[in-house]
Design a binder for this molecule. Structure first.
Ligand SMILES: N[C@@H](CCC(=O)N[C@@H](CS)C(=O)NCC(=O)O)C(=O)O
Length: 289
């Protein structure tokens, strides 16, 4: 049950470990599914017994209810496009997860989150038996191994195209829209015009590319909604506000289909109050500047 090498990072849940001195008095500790630590215990055995007792009581409580057990914890923020991409996939798959919203703008929350995942990037999932899975596409690969409709085809040729388009939307639509959004929030004198022009060029190139691709297909990779569409929907959340596509009728129709998709609708409805609060904050800071 014990782990010796950086256990917090690699196995973050339901285990005991020994802290020699830091951050708490030496001894054995265990933590629960909410990262509450308990200890110190004199021995690994004593900590293990306390953990087993906790697990048993949790299981009994679950058995006594009709609660569907959570398959993992999802660390995310409703306004983070990569989080939205994973949320869309999770809703498509009908996954049961425990949501953990992290506000990376808060120094305290950011520091706490970096203890769990040092890269500090959202989204991240933590499986019930411990392992962390970071990176939106890797998370969706994992989700696709669970029950539910497939987001990455079993056909290797189709799967390769889905993976290409997923990366294509991430790198050239989402990342470019992020640049434009971040630069747009700065006062004009501090905006980086080289970065802005490069991002605008890339988004236009994405629109041109998919305008052609979408001339006779419903979704990014054909007739089946896939991981590529999760990535596209997340990218359009910001890109649509910054770089309209009215002169690309197939892109406009595709963006409309995405907005109508129940999983995408749900994610955007959940993000709406956070977006409003963000826009209000920007407006207020401009008024007081
Ligand atoms: N390649 C990563 C990108 C994740 C990413 O950039 N996440 C943003 C939020 S959308 C983030 O955590 N930013 C905080 C930071 O860069 O410190 C993925 O696909 O998950």
């Amino acid at each position: 049950m014990s782990q010796s090498n950086n256990p917090r990072f690699w196995a973050s849940q339901w285990y005991t470990t020994k802290f020699a001195t830091e951050p708490w008095p030496g001894g054995w500790y265990w933590h629960d599914e909410h990262y509450n630590w308990f200890g110190p215990y004199e021995s690994e055995h004593a900590a293990g017994d306390a953990l087993t007792e906790h697990e048993t009581s949790e299981r009994d409580a679950l058995d006594a209810s009709d609660h569907v057990p959570s398959q993992f914890e999802l660390y995310y923020h409703p306004l983070s496009p990569y989080s939205q991409k994973v949320l869309i996939a999770a809703y498509e798959k009908g996954a049961h997860f425990t949501p953990k919203i992290v506000n990376l703008m808060s120094t305290d929350e950011r520091e706490k989150y970096r203890k769990l995942y040092p890269m500090g990037k959202l989204p991240l999932i933590v499986l019930n038996h411990g392992p962390l899975i970071p990176e939106s596409s890797t998370i969706i690969e994992y989700l696709d191994s669970l029950d539910g409709r497939r987001l990455i085809s079993k056909d290797p040729d189709v799967a390769r195209k889905t993976r290409f388009k997923d990366r294509f939307f991430d790198f050239y639509l989402t990342d470019s829209a992020n640049v434009l959004f971040a630069e747009g929030a700065k006062p004009p004198s501090r905006q980086d015009t080289v970065k802005i022009e490069a991002a605008q060029y890339r988004i236009r190139a994405v629109y041109d590319f998919i305008e052609y691709e979408l001339r006779e297909q419903t979704w990014a990779n054909g007739e089946e909604f896939s991981m590529a569409d999760c990535a596209a929907a997340a990218g359009f959340f910001y890109a649509a506000r910054i770089m309209p596509y009215d002169d690309h009728p197939n892109v406009a129709a595709y963006a409309h289909r995405l907005s109508d998709r129940p999983s995408v609708k749900r994610v955007r409805e959940e993000a709406a109050p956070y977006m409003q609060a963000y826009l209000d904050r920007i407006k207020q800071s401009r008024e007081t500047a």
